[in-house]
Write a protein that binds this ligand. Structure first.
Ligand SMILES: Nc1nc2c(c(=O)[nH]1)N[C@H]1C(S)=C(S)[C@@H](COP(=O)(O)OP(=O)(O)OC[C@H]3O[C@@H](n4cnc5c(=O)[nH]c(N)nc54)[C@H](O)[C@@H]3O)O[C@H]1N2
Ligand SMILES: Nc1nc2c(c(=O)[nH]1)N[C@H]1C(S)=C(S)[C@@H](COP(=O)(O)OP(=O)(O)OC[C@H]3O[C@@H](n4cnc5c(=O)[nH]c(N)nc54)[C@H](O)[C@@H]3O)O[C@H]1N2
Ligand SMILES: [Mo]
Length: 668
């Protein structure tokens, strides 16, 4: 990202043309980052709550007053309930290493706070990759122009990963076939040659059915399987027995021919690339789905080809020293709270109850599942909440102390990626607005106000950057803070193209092979072999529920929002319009719903309202509510997370946002 500054003010923002992956363009949202940075709603000084929680009334305070209030409240909670009653809550507002879990982690470890399991986004898929491959690596995205078949599986690439698209376009121009597997006919599906509208939560069945066909028709790559994998014969016997195409067709609600054709194309075209993404793992069996899909390229040996294989995340390629950055050596034998069950943590846990929560880089009052319970927790009078933010979000409305944080233009940071192979330096472009401070500095000051005297709590941002780059693997050789600062970004020191699982490569699992059948499954909460695990909220598992609430609600990222970030940016909110619910004509007619009408979407957890859009972009039985709206910026103060559940995925204990049955009716 290139920022032009005139007289201390950022006046222009653009993509870096030289960057091999992002190629000079910014996504729809970040292109508006200046509008966001200079937004009239920016928090410019510390504030202390004056009205009831949730109302959002604050008075201005000095940093000294705010910090000493925080220090004394945390001290008294530690004295009365123990430090475990303090909960950090953070996620992906910034993905910078320094403004993420660096000083924050050191601080919380030193006081002995509860640990947070950061599961809300990618845990199921990441852990599934760790199970099969021992790490999170995949196809070098810059090579996929070479692919002849590209499967976009559970990803709305043009919305959520637009920088991959130029490479897909390259492949298309050279004649590649593109297939999108998604219950919704997204803009990505429309741009592909074929769209397979799978029933939500059934992708593992489809992948296992494809394997059945590959083994049945002897389309597998036995030399690759023998050399690079363990357990493939066991898998073969299982899929031949349990996953015949007719059964899979019924599970996935797809024609048998679609499954046969998909499998045959997958086996006979080369190179084949699967972009599997996070949408499909937000279901009960989400981890198992990623596990099964990730095994497909091992069965055909697609990993051997430049442009072949599969990519969920590249984050494991980086090998940064997180242990040193976060000081994981500081002993901290405290309990772990799963962030995807925040509602439960704030309303049910009692050993000890959560008495203080420090929120940074996240907006849980909008983005966490089972919002009604989350809000009930946030409104507890005996909960002390500190929020570090750019804006007065739904969460900030519940803060006792609200602290102004710097944006990416106003602080320095280091970044890795999860979809490409470059380390990046985030150089500060402008001075912090108002009295805003970087998260790292805020935690340093809280530690100082609490009179904590550990040297690692005084480390500068630069020292922490050096920690992340110290004692690192070969892939970071030559990548120093100095070279990064000078160049802005550097490719990891890995071969180009990077072929992580080409024949002959050592796979970082205990066996050194791709683990197709493995006893390690048990440690991940699953069996030796990948299986299909039906959604919690499905006919298979709960027929009564499926009758009462017959529609599967998906609440995917809206094109103009980044989770709940940018919802308050006027130009982007205008582009998003208003909260909508896409519903198939048959489902609308059965309920007497007309397009443009206000509808109520509900289940036993809660309800929200939206404007009905009748559309064949959704299949019958599926509805879609582009998200994630700030409740306070909607007509009735609600959003789709009123209906989502705190149930967890099979692998990784991740959130199951799209495993969510609802009913819809015209709102009064
Ligand atoms: N514009 C925009 N871009 C974003 C984000 C954003 O909010 N806005 N968020 C960022 C973040 S944090 C993340 S994690 C990524 C997420 O981006 P993706 O990994 O692409 O995940 P989602 O957008 O959640 O879902 C992608 C698609 O999966 C489909 N899907 C849902 N359930 C199923 C299923 O059971 N099977 C299949 N095959 N498909 C299913 C949805 O309909 C959706 O079209 O995007 C990042 N990029
Ligand atoms: N229904 C539904 N819910 C979902 C999802 C979905 O698809 N559907 N997606 C889920 C996914 S994939 C994710 S990743 C989560 C994301 O949820 P979050 O991690 O909460 O992400 P955002 O909603 O973008 O909120 C980030 C907040 O951090 C703030 N922020 C940004 N930079 C900084 C900084 O440097 N310092 C401080 N202090 N604050 C900063 C922003 O202003 C913003 O309010 O949401 C999940 N929730
Ligand atoms: Mo995410």
């Amino acid at each position: 990202m290139l920022v032009t500054v005139e007289d201390g003010r950022a006046v222009r923002i653009a993509g870096e043309r030289e960057h091999p992956f992002t190629q000079g363009f910014l996504c729809t949202k970040v292109a508006k980052y200046l509008e966001r940075t200079y937004h009239e709603g920016r928090l410019l000084y510390p504030q202390i709550r004056v009205g009831p929680k949730g109302e959002g009334k604050f008075r201005r305070a000095t940093w000294d007053e705010a910090l000493s209030l925080i220090a004394s409240r945390l001290r008294s909670i530690i004295d009365s309930d123990g430090a475990e009653a303090i909960l950090p809550y953070s996620y992906a507002g910034t993905m910078g290493l320094i403004q993420g879990e660096a000083m924050a982690s050191r601080f919380f470890r030193r006081i002995g706070a509860s640990l947070l399991a950061r599961t809300i986004c990618s845990a199921a898929g990441s852990e599934a990759l760790n199970l099969v491959y021992g790490n999170r690596m995949g196809t070098d995205p810059e090579t996929i122009g070479e692919a002849k078949l590209i499967i976009l599986w559970g990803t709305n690439t043009l919305t959520s990963n637009p920088h991959l698209w130029p490479f897909i376009r390259q492949a298309k121009e050279k004649g590649a076939t593109t297939i999108c597997i998604d219950p919704l006919r997204t803009r990505t599906a429309v741009a592909c040659d074929e769209h397979i509208p799978i029933r939500p939560g059934t992708d593992a069945a489809l992948a296992l059915g494809m394997m059945h066909i590959l083994f049945r028709d002897q389309l597998v790559n036995s030399p690759y399987l023998d050399e690079m994998t363990v357990g493939w014969r066991e898998l073969r016997d299982r899929v031949l027995r349990d996953h015949p195409p007719h059964r899979v067709a019924e599970t996935c609600r797809l024609p048998i021919e679609t499954i046969e054709r998909l499998a045959h194309r997958y086996a006979t075209m080369r190179p084949t690339f699967i972009r599997v993404n996070y949408g499909l793992q937000r279901h009960a069996g989400g981890g198992s789905a990623v596990r099964a899909i990730a095994i497909l390229p091992a069965i055909t040996g697609a990993w051997d080809d430049v442009g072949g294989g599969c990519q969920l995340s590249s984050s494991g390629t980086f090998g940064l020293n997180f242990a040193r950055l976060e000081r994981r050596d500081i002993p901290c034998n405290t309990r772990t709270i799963n962030m995807s069950r925040l509602g439960e943590a704030l309303t049910e846990i009692n050993d000890p109850p959560v008495k203080a929560m420090i929120v940074y880089n996240t907006n849980p009052a909008s983005i966490a599942p089972d919002r009604k319970t989350v809000l009930r927790g946030l409104r507890r009078d005996d909960l002390f909440t500190v929020v570090l933010e750019h804006f007065q979000t739904d969460t900030a409305d519940h803060a006792d102390v609200l602290l102004p944080a710097t944006t990416q233009l106003e602080h320095d940071d280091l970044h890795r990626a999860y979809g490409h192979l470059y380390v990046m330096y985030n150089r500060r472009a402008i001075e912090p607005l108002g009295e805003a401070l970087p998260n790292s500095e805020i935690f340093r000051r809280i530690a100082a106000a609490m009179k904590l005297d550990w040297p690692e709590l005084k480390a500068t941002d630069e020292e922490m950057m050096r920690d992340a780059l110290t004692d690192v693997g070969e892939q970071l050789r030559g990548i120093t803070l100095e070279t990064l600062r000078e160049r802005g970004w550097m490719r990891l020191n890995i071969p180009s193209p990077h072929l992580p699982y080409r024949r002959g490569a050592k796979v970082p699992t205990p066996s050194g092979k791709i683990e197709i059948a493995t006893d390690r499954g048990a440690a991940f909460g699953v069996g030796r072999l990948p299986e299909y695990i039906p959604p919690y909220e499905s006919e298979e598992r709960d027929p009564h529920l499926a009758k009462t609430y017959p529609l599967a609600l998906i609440s995917p990222p809206a094109h103009s929002f980044l989770n709940s970030s940018f919802v308050n940016v006027a130009s982007l909110r205008r582009a998003a319009g208003k909260p909508t619910l896409e519903i198939h004509g048959d489902d609308a007619k059965a309920r007497g719903i007309n397009g443009g009408e206000r509808v109520k979407i509900f289940n036993k957890r809660g309800a929200f309202t939206a404007e009905a859009v009748i559309s064949d972009r959704v299949r019958p039985g599926v509805v879609s509510a582009p998200s994630i709206w700030w409740g306070k910026l909607t007509d009735d103060g609600t959003n789709a997370n009123e209906t989502t559940s705190q149930a967890l995925t099979d692998i990784g204990a991740g959130a199951t946002f799209y495993d969510n049955l609802v009913e819809v009716r015209a709102a009064q």
